[in-house]
Write a protein that binds this ligand. Structure first.
Ligand SMILES: N[C@@H](CCC(=O)N[C@@H](CS)C(=O)NCC(=O)O)C(=O)O
Length: 222
């Protein structure tokens, strides 16, 4: 049996979680290797050899190293095309183009405001960093416009790229999960089609498993 692929980074990171859920959808065994970001391990020379920008995740398969979570996810789908969820990245050029289009929309339109909001609303308070109210307001407005487009799209199609759950939907899970745990979940719930879609994509078994891995049970008392 082939050695498990290696994924470097903490499971609470949105970019790491994106790759984890892809690997679970594709039934690819993986080893999650810790990178202690609080101690700055992601900026150390040894780690920079595998992720030159000092970010998580980094990924290794058969001695090849890849970074950028969406590039890793596409690679996993292509390399392991014949196992797990076979249609995750489409099975012909037309399906792939549609998935890629919405994957780009996630990266270029949804991710910029949503990642700022995830940081401001969930990580900043935990890190005792003062929230920037103006930045929050501006990015809530930007995200609302993006979700208006999604709501129209999801009125005509079950998932973003068509009738099936694909990498395009999957890629939204990490940021959307954090936001749905804040008051900004209302941006999703107030749009009928987005609300239905979020209910469907967030109840995938693969995603539930990621959530479990993000919050392992407390150790039993002796
Ligand atoms: N576009 C990159 C973004 C990676 C990223 O922003 N990772 C964050 C954690 S979610 C990180 O490493 N932050 C620390 C830093 O940028 O110094 C990807 O998708 O892999």
């Amino acid at each position: 049996m082939a050695a498990p692929v290696k994924l470097y980074g903490p499971p609470f990171s949105t970019a790491v979680a994106r790759v984890m859920v892809t690997l679970l959808e594709k039934d690819v065994p993986f080893q999650l290797l810790p990178v202690n970001m609080a101690k700055g391990e992601h900026k150390k020379p040894d780690y920079l050899k595998i992720q030159p920008f000092g970010q998580v995740p980094a990924f290794q398969d058969e001695g090849v190293t890849i970074f950028e979570s969406r590039a890793i996810s596409r690679y996993v789908c292509d390399k392991y095309a014949n196992q797990g969820n076979r249609g995750l990245f489409g099975t012909n050029p037309l399906e792939k183009a549609s998935i890629d289009q919405w994957l780009e929309a996630e990266g270029q339109n949804f991710n910029p405001p949503s990642s700022i909001l995830v940081f401001q609303l969930t990580f900043a308070p935990r890190m005792k960093i003062k929230q920037d109210e103006n930045l929050i307001e501006q990015n809530e407005a930007k995200l609302a416009s993006v979700l208006d487009v999604y709501d129209r799209r999801l009125n005509e199609s079950k998932y973003l790229a068509g009738d099936d759950f694909t990498l395009a939907d999957l890629s939204h899970l990490p940021n959307a999960q954090y936001l749905n745990g804040t008051d900004d979940g209302e941006l999703f719930r107030s749009r009928k089609n987005v609300e239905r879609w979020w209910g469907e994509v967030s109840s995938r078994e693969s995603w539930k498993k990621v959530l479990e891995m993000q919050s392992p049970p407390a150790p039993k008392k002796a």
